[in-house]
Design a protein around this ligand. Structure first.
Ligand code: FE2
Length: 206
């Protein structure tokens, strides 16, 4: 969805996905909320969001193949720089909305010999904790599932989160990825979101 626009249901409530641009959006109580962005300049000049997120990769060519062939992203920019006695390459994939997912290919720039690229298991966390979620729909999930199968890769799990439905899989660097499909008609409930910051699931409460 373009910046400066949002979808609304019949009651005029803003639906996911919505954006925090210059447009004032209505919360679930019908109150008007302004931009939450700290940026106060000419907001027509840019679309809020990530420019890029960057991670280290294990194999630049395997990473390139996966992100272009399985996910269909365009490689739009590559930097190759000498750094001291070493060098690095920095590659940028447009994920479809102009923002990028980037990877570093490191060669003697300060990285340990056998550094980990797994952003969860590399930190001794379960594989599903740190991950990247791309917006998608049912068709996109089917398309990616077929590409994964053709590449001999597996879907790790599919979950219904109520407010969205997700399909999870791993990239060649051990980074968990998600295609996340918003459930139509879900309205943000900020009060409930804040209340649940201190929630303990009933089964755990004693
Ligand atoms: Fe997620």
């Amino acid at each position: 969805m373009a910046a400066g626009s949002s979808a609304a249901n019949a009651a005029g409530q803003t639906l996911f996905p919505y954006c925090f641009g210059t447009e004032r959006v209505a919360d679930s109580g019908g109150q008007q909320r302004g931009s939450t962005l700290p940026y106060k300049g000419d907001e027509k000049m840019f679309k809020p969001g990530f420019h890029h997120l960057a991670f280290a990769c294990r194999d630049i060519h395997e990473t390139h193949r996966f992100y272009t062939q399985v996910l269909g992203f365009d490689l739009i920019h590559t930097e190759a720089k000498k750094m001291g006695e070493g060098f690095m390459r920095h590659i940028f994939f447009d994920i479809g909305d102009g923002s990028c997912l980037a990877f570093f290919d490191l060669h003697g720039v300060g990285e340990p010999k056998n550094f980990k690229t797994e952003i969860s298991t590399g930190l001794d966390l379960p594989f599903w904790v740190n991950h990247l979620a791309f917006r998608g729909d049912t068709g996109r999930k089917k398309e990616v599932a077929a590409k994964l199968k053709a590449a001999g890769m597996e879907i790790k799990m599919e979950l219904d989160h109520d407010w969205c439905q997700s399909m999870y899989f791993m990239d060649p660097n051990g980074i968990m990825l998600e295609i996340c499909e918003d459930t139509p008609g879900i309205v943000p409930n900020r009060e409930e979101a804040v209340r649940l910051l201190d929630a303990v699931p009933e089964a755990m409460a004693v």
